[in-house]
Design a protein around this ligand. Sequence first.
Ligand code: 5GP
Length: 189
Amino acid sequence: MSNKGRVVIISGPSGSGKTTLHKRLLDSPRLKGILVKSVSATTRARRPGEKHGRDYLFLTPAVFKYKIRRGHFLEWQKVFGNHYGTPKRQVLTLLNKGAHVLLCIDVKGAAAVRKEFPGALNIFIKTPSMKALRDRLTKRASETREALAARLRVARAELKEAVHYDHVVVNGRLDHAVRRLERIVLNEH
Ligand code: 5GP
């Protein structure tokens, strides 16, 4: 695929803080007009404050399945019981406009996008330690003990995938991680 813009993938285990970093990058004045968001589709329930079309396209499982069959997604995955997918047409349209398109997706989804876009910029986010990851996951009120154990198990496996990425950013101090990510994207621009 030849496009003007570039796909920028942010990935990492659940609890790495990648969603927060992704939001900070999209709000960054230094990246305004350079980096745009890909809005994913999901079957999970909307959380308070989330908006359809801005945070996600919130779809029913039936509609999501229909879109899978129609080849609507660049990649899709089941992540902790819900389906998530990257709409293909949206990404291609943005790339053709010359934008760098930011995807914040799980590790398996990232591997699938890398196959389709070998020129993608791949950034892996991780916490300074497993203890920091456990602490972050524990703070999430929605996690049961079983869910926490499952996420830690998955995270251990996902950390091994970091070798396939162009950059690994340790998310210790949030501001430092944001600056580092801004520099990475600007250097590639
Ligand atoms: P959350 O439900 O907390 O917003 O996201 C849960 C997980 O799904 C996160 O790891 C997030 O990065 C991932 N995710 C969000 N959108 C997509 C997508 O389009 N594709 C894939 N593979 N993962 C996604």
